[in-house]
Design a protein around this ligand. Sequence first.
Ligand code: PLP
Length: 367
Amino acid sequence: MLTVPLNDLRRVVIEDGSALRSTIDRVVDSGWYIFGPEHDGFEKDLAAYLGVTGAVAVGNGTDALEMAMAGLGVRPGSRVVTVANAGGYSSVAANRLGATPVLVDVAADSYLMDPESLRVTLAGCDAAAVVVTHLFGAMPDMGQIIEICRQFEVPVIEDCAQAIGATWDGKRAGTWGDVGAFSFYPTKNLGALGDGGAVVTDEQELATRLRALRQYGWTEKYRVEVAGGRNSRLDELQAAVLRVRLGMLDARNYARAAIAKRYGDALAGSEHRLLHAGSEGFVAHLAVVDTPRRDEMMRFLSGNGIGTAIHYPVGDHEQPGLDTESVQPLVNTDAALKRILTVPCFPELTAAEVEHVAATLNRFAAS
Ligand SMILES: *Cc1c(COP(=O)(O)O)cnc(C)c1O
């Protein structure tokens, strides 16, 4: 029987081939490992790809969120509005700053932030920032969300960890809000061979503050002018790897979206659906089935050699290690947590593997 892994990171390294190896060799031989030409080149390449003026590379995606919050003035006692079904990263970042996440519900169709719930929540708390998570590689109606946040005069952070290259209304994730936060964790659509992240913004002063925050609060060498600084840098090797892979990102995102579309078609007309399949601008970081028979589907897929996972099984409001609040009950969030199932979707899947997953989904839907 054909077995299909949920992911296999060796395959992309094989695809990258000699370009990746020669880049790594060049960095190793250069004798320059932090803040060298690859790092600066990657910041420029990323800014150009997204169409922003400032890209600041950092150590990982959670640091990116935390620094974005700190840069926008989130401090102990602040409220940060976000969703509860996105893995907890924003809540972890807010808690680290001594701030409290205020959780809003997701929309029943998209499982992304519900603009109406956002409006009610912003009216019911004094928020220092809103984090919009582009979960699974899909974006909510950003026009509407930005408008609501403007009305309440609250800055917007976009969590683009799963959505590099995604668009809403033709405009890229990370360019709608005040700051975009990215992760280059190895499984992300743009993945390093270790940890990595970035914050991007068009606001010059904010970019300067973020550059200080990522390196001890320095405005120049050995001069600590910005409070709350830390060390969170992207190293030269990871930057070089990311530059090679950035050139392949659009093609790989296209391949992901096509796989999700295939699964969506296989489930068409059934009580199950593949979230966001076929949607404009979706980059299919994860192919997530929405199903009333989740556990049964999981067993069926597993019995057919197909790897699955749940992204994510526990809401932020139910995590013992997180301190959160909410203004409204999280009705859609709680329902969604029981219905989601992630199936294999990465660009290096073979056509036979994709067809095996699609056919198995189709058989389950007919059963
Ligand atoms: C992966 C991820 C992060 C965190 O990124 P790290 O680099 O692992 O710290 C944040 N938000 C979302 C939505 C993610 O998927």
